[in-house]
Design a protein around this ligand. Structure first.
Ligand code: URA
Length: 256
């Protein structure tokens, strides 16, 4: 018998693992594996019958949104804002992410694009929009003569990857919003482009990207264009026509 042949159990484990990765569970969330089979089935007696304490418990007063606001406002440059984000400990996403994904592109660009949150590739490289959706974004921008190397600045609502690429939560958006607002203020672009529902939710307080897309609005005093997210276009290529119309609209505005 060939000793290098994997046994059935190994093969099954590999199939199961690939299935989990396909579902998006591609990160180990805990440092150490936990065997659910060896966990006690009932709580120790002491815990079960412990009387609730009547003494008020001393909890450290934390106000993550207030702290985010203060840190963001104290940052007077993009480098300082990045450092403030790197030191912000209240967002749980930081613990499961590999890297802080701050931005890419040129800070003096006329347009600033805002995506949702980093995915797996972005998390590994520490740069926004470098995976398949990012490559599509680069091609879309190139079609109207824009490139992140020369004429666009890109950031996300969340700077850390949500585990398994799950959607950003309302609490995470609220907590990170002061940093996003300061980011926009420091870049001071001429035009904002919001890609997808979550950036519209964070910046405009509105969702429904298929209705919002292509309609100019104002955010933070800047002309703002919601657009379909490139990841959505990868799933629904038939929508590329609409994205093309929005890109032409953007090109037209930049030419004015
Ligand atoms: N999608 C986003 O919204 N942002 C990224 O950086 C990558 C994919």
């Amino acid at each position: 018998m060939n000793n290098t042949m994997p046994d059935t159990e190994t093969t099954l484990a590999q199939i199961y693992l690939s299935w989990l990765i396909e579902l998006g569970a591609d990160e180990a969330i805990s440092e150490n594996p936990i065997s659910r089979y060896t966990l006690p089935t009932s709580l120790p007696a002491k815990t079960q019958f412990a009387k609730p304490s009547t003494k008020p418990t001393k909890t450290a007063e934390t106000d993550p949104v207030g702290e985010a606001h203060k840190l963001a406002q104290d940052a007077n440059s993009l480098a300082e804002l990045k450092a403030a984000l790197a030191g912000f400990e209240h967002c749980e996403l930081k613990r499961t992410a590999q890297n802080l994904v701050f931005s890419d592109g040129v800070p003096n660009a006329r347009i600033m694009l805002i995506g949702e949150a980093p995915g797996r590739d972005e998390d590994l490289q520490g740069r926004p929009f470098v995976g398949r959706a990012g490559q599509l974004l680069d091609r879309m921008l190139a079609a109207i003569g824009i490139s992140r190397k020369e004429s666009a600045y890109i950031a996300n609502v969340l700077p850390w990857r949500p585990p398994g690429n799950r959607d950003p939560s309302v609490a995470e958006i609220a907590m990170m919003k002061p940093f996003l607002e300061r980011h926009i203020e420091l870049v001071a672009p001429e035009i904002l482009v919001l890609m997808g529902n979550y950036s519209c939710k964070a910046v405009l307080g509105k969702q429904g990207i298929t209705k919002l897309r292509g309609q100019w609005t104002t955010a933070y005093g800047l002309p703002t264009l919601p657009m379909l997210h490139p990841a959505f276009l990868l799933r629904q290529p038939v929508r590329k026509r609409q994205a093309w119309a929005d890109l032409l609209e953007l090109q037209h505005r930049l030419a004015q």
